[in-house]
Design a protein around this ligand. Structure first.
Ligand SMILES: [Zn+2]
Length: 217
């Protein structure tokens, strides 16, 4: 999270990056041989920054308003988004995402199949919401572009589009599922345990014996 913020602040502005460094002295090693140097994850982040900045195609794309807050209502619920970079022509907005390996196959629970890290982390849902907030504020249907950069040595990077039908699917899904989520938040409906998340794992009591076939499905 903090490493992501480090990277984002760099691409926001020099002032934002300076402010981040001032607020987070803990990202520097304070003892040992590397005292005064960035800790390892931030050195990796620096390599990721160099990779993106070293590609003129990425730099040409990543021009526009940085860290732009967009707000609106979807299905009567208040939403807020932060666009990493909104192109001045409003044709697209870019979102920086870091990952171990851009091409790594990951399990996508929603599809019960293998897919990309973008699906596994439900980024299409986030991008669908952002696209809708942009539409409400600017009257344009801007394309979300994921600027993906990996933590490998050297880092890999790609600019990734999301099919519009997948964005439409997720926006509809948000509208469909939101009433229940709101009801749970307001304490009107009991939440259902998923038995997978941090909260459920921390409070788990086995209620039945499961078949080995249920472990991976
Ligand atoms: Zn849970």
């Amino acid at each position: 999270m903090l490493v992501g913020n480090y990277l984002h602040s760099h691409f926001e502005s020099p002032a934002a990056h300076e402010a981040f460094l001032a607020e987070h002295p803990e990202i520097m090693a304070s003892t040992g041989k590397t005292k005064g140097q960035l800790k390892k994850p931030y050195q990796v982040a620096d390599a990721m920054i160099d990779t993106l900045e070293g590609d003129p195609e990425v730099m040409a794309l990543y021009q526009g308003q940085k860290e732009l807050i967009v707000t609106g209502q979807i299905g009567g619920v208040d939403w807020m988004g932060k666009l990493d970079c909104f192109a001045d022509n409003h044709k697209y907005f870019a979102d920086l995402k870091t990952t171990q390996d851009i091409y790594k196959r990951m399990w996508v629970d929603d599809n019960r199949s293998w897919g990309s890290f973008i699906e596994a982390y439900r980024y299409p849902l986030q991008m669908a919401v952002y696209q809708e907030l942009v539409r409400q504020n600017y009257g344009t249907r801007s394309a979300p572009l994921i600027v993906a950069v990996s933590k490998q040595d050297p880092p890999d990077h790609e600019i990734v589009s999301i099919p519009q039908d997948l964005l439409d699917y997720w926006l509809n899904k948000v509208i469909e599922l939101q009433p229940r989520i709101e009801a749970v938040k307001n304490g009107e409906v009991e939440p259902k345990r998923c038995e997978r998340c941090e909260y459920c794992r921390a409070t788990k009591r086995v209620s039945k014996i499961v078949s080995l076939y249920d472990l991976v499905s």
